[in-house]
Design a protein around this ligand. Structure first.
Ligand code: GUE
Length: 296
């Protein structure tokens, strides 16, 4: 039996429609426009395409949006000064510095420099700490997108056995924290697996909800999955290009096998990826409302 597809592209569209209405409303009622700057250092083609997608989404929603491209040899000091400039810019509600950064720049230092109230990625330790204690202003985008997909697909998380494969600061750790929290779309029992986990399939086979952010192409096979489980594939691995130069993407889950075992599964592309961008937009609207003390 083939699993039901969890279509991130469609869920994303619905949320962006909701956001568009909200942006329109706060423009009319309060005379303010959410502002987002995306800072891209260097010319990595994948990063360029992600940033373009973010700018397009911001533009479509009626944001004030700025694309700030800087050369790969920008100094750390210059980048920190630039961030400070946007920290002080009242038109800007959200600052996104596209990762990864070139090796000569200390990523942690850069993320610490962003005003936490403009930290729409929720990577600043202030926001990470608030998430940990269950008082978040912003949810990190990819984990927020995963939670929305689960909720909007009617997946019961309360009491569920969730297994997360991957322990990164941007996906594995925060999604584990979010799903173990009290509240709707959460209350799960969470296990986190990683490269030193002794028997990873012992854990994955117990999962009602399996979230894979391992960074390894088709890492999780069909027989690692409990029949009827919900599988969320966070992987975006470029495995080649088509004749006309389009990226060919595969996830961290062997999709063709997994879809025969799971009850629901996210495809790659068209699953978690578009949701990440949508949640960035949602965070920017939220930042705008915080900055202008809009409480509705
Ligand atoms: N400061 C920062 N924040 C990020 O949120 C951030 C980042 N740096 N660096 C890189 C990763 C990666 N990421 C993705 C966003 C959208 C898709 C996405 O939309 N993927 C489409 C396919 C896109 C394509 O065809 O290339 C999909 O899965 O359907 C994927 C990956 C955000 N990241």
């Amino acid at each position: 039996m083939a699993a039901q597809l969890i279509k991130g592209t469609e869920v994303s569209k619905a949320i962006r429609e909701e956001l568009k209405q909200e942006v329109q409303h706060i423009k009319e009622k309060y005379g303010v426009t959410p502002g987002l700057v995306t800072i891209l250092v260097g010319e990595d083609p994948a990063s360029q395409s992600y940033v373009r997608a973010k700018q397009k989404a911001a533009h479509d929603l009626g944001f004030y949006s700025v694309q700030d491209d800087r050369p790969a040899d920008i100094s750390e000091d210059e980048l920190l000064k630039l961030i400070d400039q946007y920290n002080k810019d009242p038109k800007i509600d959200g600052i996104l510095v596209q990762l990864p950064l070139p090796k000569h720049i200390n990523e942690t230092k850069v993320l610490y420099a962003i005003d936490p109230s403009k930290d729409v990625d929720a990577f600043h330790p202030f926001n990470v700490g608030k998430l940990m204690i269950g008082e978040p202003d912003f949810l990190p985008c990819t984990p927020a997108g995963i939670q929305e997909l689960l909720v909007r697909s009617g997946v019961e998380t309360s009491g569920a056995e969730v297994v997360v494969v991957g322990r990164s600061n941007i996906v594995g750790k925060p999604i584990a924290v979010m799903l173990m929290q009290k509240g709707p779309g959460a209350n799960a029992t969470v296990t986190v697996c990683h490269t030193r986990t002794r028997d990873v399939t012992f854990h994955t086979k117990r999962a009602d909800i399996l979230i894979v952010a391992a960074g390894v192409t088709e890492y999780v096979k069909g027989d690692w999955i409990k029949p009827g489980a919900v599988v969320i594939d966070v992987g975006v691995n470029e495995v080649g290009r088509t004749a006309d130069g389009k990226r060919i993407l595969k996830g961290d889950v062997a999709f063709d096998e997994a879809k025969e075992v799971a009850s629901m599964i996210t495809p790659v592309p068209g699953g978690v990826g578009p949701m990440t961008i949508t949640m960035l937009m949602k965070n920017t609207v939220r930042a705008c409302k915080i900055h202008h003390n809009i409480k509705e």
